[in-house]
Design a protein around this ligand. Structure first.
Ligand code: BT5
Length: 257
């Protein structure tokens, strides 16, 4: 079967952000599946313009151009299928690089993949929507690979790298190939059937370590505390508070208990 994701692949030494370059190509009409990867980003970003950092030549930073026939409302399915693909990739790495205790791979609402409870990968999906139609989506993925997270004291309390967990350097190109294979398979599942988005949502929900925990969520309008009870059909977090249930569409979660 002809693959979609990664049939065209470009690697750059240095870019501002792989998402910027992929977006430029998308605006020029490039086909879906294009992957832009870089050894170094000078302005890698997360959500809300926050920065994403990694030493040059150490990690995976790539963006995939997608043109799914999904409603803009279902675009969260792209983040979810990517989280599942990354999690599967990390499990494959763990199988190939055995250590004493098999590391725990879990997902964190809304866009993180954790290894032993620490952030190892982040996902940033940026879309172009016109007349309520999704024209394209840029799926950006950062995975921390071969550096010691302690070089970034501001991150080391909650983030980790593959070399920190496995105690050795991990082959980046093998990791990238496995990631692209997993993304291609999960993307196919997302878009190739009517029930794709709801199946992916179900699978993502089942791997969310966040549910059932008491959490603090930093949103754009303030801080909310409650029990992370469930996610709804839009991927939004349902937070139970003393007298009510609130719905959060984005935010940063810290688990309190
Ligand atoms: C994310 O945002 O986690 C999405 C990260 C996406 C990065 C990829 S790399 C390829 C592509 N091109 C780009 O320019 N971006 C994408 P968010 O949930 O908003 O998390 C951002 C926060 O994570 C920052 O404010 C830091 O606190 C923290 N952070 C920064 N670098 C990190 C790293 N390498 N590992 C773990 N956390 C990090």
């Amino acid at each position: 079967m002809r693959r979609t994701i990664g049939q065209t692949f470009h690697n750059y030494n240095q870019v501002t952000s792989t998402n910027d370059l992929a977006r430029e190509k998308a605006e020029l009409g490039e086909e879906e599946g294009l992957v832009i990867s870089a050894d170094e980003q000078t302005a890698g970003r997360g959500r809300l313009g926050r920065s994403w950092i990694a030493p040059p030549g150490t990690s995976i930073q790539l963006s995939v151009l997608l043109r799914p026939r999904l409603s803009p409302r279902s675009a969260h399915g792209i983040t979810q299928m990517a989280a599942l693909a990354i999690a599967n990739t990390l499990r494959e790495i763990a199988e190939a690089n055995p250590i004493n205790i098999f590391p725990v791979v879990s997902l964190k609402w809304p866009n993180d993949v954790l290894l032993n409870g620490m952030k190892c990968a982040g996902i940033l999906v940026e879309t172009r929507v016109e007349n309520e139609t999704l024209v394209f989506a840029i799926l950006g993925i950062g995975i921390n690979v071969n550096f010691a997270m302690r070089i970034y004291p501001e991150l080391s309390g909650f983030a980790t790298t593959l070399s920190d967990v496995f105690g050795k350097q991990i082959d980046r190109s093998a990791l990238r190939n496995s990631l692209l294979d997993n993304l291609d398979a999960y993307y196919r599942r997302l878009v190739n059937s009517e029930s794709g988005p709801s199946d992916i949502l179900k699978e993502w929900r089942a791997e969310l370590g966040t549910l059932g925990q008491t959490v603090r969520v930093l949103t754009q309008t303030g801080i909310e505390v409650g029990i992370a009870e469930d996610v709804d059909i839009d991927g939004a977090l349902l937070l139970r508070q003393a007298d009510k249930m609130i719905t959060l569409y984005s935010g940063d979660v810290t688990i309190l208990s």
